[in-house]
Design a protein around this ligand. Structure first.
Ligand SMILES: Nc1ncnc2c1ncn2[C@@H]1O[C@H](COP(=O)(O)OP(=O)(O)OP(=O)(O)O)[C@@H](O)[C@H]1O
Ligand SMILES: [Mg+2]
Length: 403
């Protein structure tokens, strides 16, 4: 079988050698060249026609004649068959969006393991025919605004919204925005471990907003997700003008393939706007009587407001041994659940405390499986859990779960 031919580009010799060593034992990968500079990488790629180029982003002065982003742009023009994977350090993640726009197909944030790099190489090297087919499949479901809502706090809206958004954003062909409209106590930033420099409350609204005002408040997350945080303090929430949010949603709809909106658990101006603007409303329900009672009232009100046809039920902590089963909920609400996320404290809370979404921290967990099924439905693409597929990781995950 033909091996995947790879060129490695990094200005540091030690890094080039380390990467080479990491990939030595990958039997389906062959390193056909090493380059120090962007220009050298381009010339080499034109000559050798690699399948994959692993390139350091090098946004600093180290590669003054051509940084990794420019080299990626030229690579796409001159060697279109080569799939570029960009490597960056944590403090450079803001530049990753530019790298993806320049044509990179994936990126890795250092430090990463040889297994992670090998998986990314295999992932981006999909035969062209398959790639065209899968991008068509993705197109079917693009341009969707999903608003997460619930009638009770703590049912899991934010944790599910964040993980769905991150899982979608990991697909290189998709642009995804997570908009936190839980303006007083939104904790999307905590679940993403992001420190937004600016939030919606920083937008100075005086009648109209231009795209640049909105872009300036978006935080770029290392998963590829764009995140627009609610205010950082509850008292700032009232600074946010509803007309500004309307314009933000309009901008998001024209710019992103998926807009995921998190809300607070009340029918108030902002959440009503988010419900109105949504193509789908995902009502998150947990398996306890107060939530179910309130969800019933919520569905009645949504019927009156004309929203009910776009409601989908997301059952969280499904399967937990709490004296209620799915059928009870279905009978009471007169609606069956579209998606189920199992109760999985170790993965969900473990990931939260480690500062990562569980979909990336514990991709083999039951909760991640639930998210992957959602992604499968949204994109029409069968999920292979390719990110961290190796039996070795599964094995350690199982051991870790038993602890
Ligand atoms: N499937 C699950 N398994 C285990 N723990 C979960 C699960 N879903 C949510 N949790 C935990 O429940 C807590 C509440 O979740 P989350 O903050 O997402 O709820 P919420 O609906 O957004 O609440 P609020 O309305 O107050 O913003 C979090 O600590 C989260 O980690
Ligand atoms: Mg929340």
């Amino acid at each position: 079988m033909k091996k995947i031919q790879v060129i490695i580009v990094d200005d540091c010799q030690d890094t080039r050698e380390t990467l080479g060593r990491l990939l030595t034992f990958e039997e389906n990968i062959e390193i056909i060249g090493y380059a120090e500079k962007g220009s050298e990488a381009l010339a080499m790629a034109e000559k050798l026609q690699p399948d994959v180029v692993v390139m350091n982003i090098n946004i600093k002065i180290k590669m003054p004649e051509m940084d990794g982003i420019r080299a990626t742009e030229l690579m796409r023009e001159r060697v279109p068959e080569a799939n570029v994977i960009i490597m960056s350090r944590h403090e450079e993640v803001d530049y990753l969006r530019r790298a993806m726009l320049a044509g990179a197909r994936d990126y890795m944030v250092k430090p990463f393991s040889g297994g992670d790099l090998a998986e990314a190489i295999v992932r981006v090297y999909t035969p062209k025919k398959l790639r065209v087919a899968s991008s068509r499949e993705v197109l079917i479901e693009k341009n969707k605004t999903i608003t997460f809502f619930s009638t009770k706090g703590g049912v899991g809206k934010t944790v599910i919204a964040t993980n769905v958004a991150v899982a979608l954003a990991q697909k290189p062909s998709l642009k995804v925005l997570l908009l936190d409209l839980d303006l007083q106590f939104g904790d999307g930033a905590v679940f993403l471990n992001a420190i937004p420099q600016r939030t919606i409350a920083d937008i100075d609204y005086s009648g109209s907003l231009n795209d640049e005002d909105i872009k300036a408040c978006i935080t770029f997350h290392e998963s590829g997700l764009d995140f627009l945080a609610g205010s950082m303090r509850p008292e700032q929430a009232e600074l946010v003008h509803i007309e500004a949010v309307k314009q933000i949603i309009a901008y998001a709809k024209k710019t992103y393939d998926f807009v995921i909106i998190d809300t607070q658990n009340q029918f108030e101006d902002m959440s009503l706007l988010a419900l109105d603007e949504a193509n789908e409303i995902w009502l998150v329900v947990s398996m306890d009587l107060p939530t179910i009672k309130n969800s019933k009232l919520c569905l009645e009100l949504m019927t009156q407001l004309g929203f009910v046809n776009k409601v989908k039920l997301v059952l969280n902590r499904a399967g937990a041994d709490v004296g209620l089963v799915d059928r009870d909920i279905q009978e009471t609400l007169g609606m069956s659940s579209s998606f189920k996320i199992p109760s999985d404290g170790k993965a969900v809370i473990g990931a939260l405390n480690s500062g990562k979404p569980f979909i990336t921290a514990f991709p083999q967990s039951k909760a991640s499986e639930g998210i992957m099924k959602i992604i499968e439905t949204l994109t029409g693409i069968k999920q292979e859990h390719v990110l961290h597929k190796s039996w070795f990781k599964k094995f350690w995950y199982k051991i870790w779960r038993r602890k």
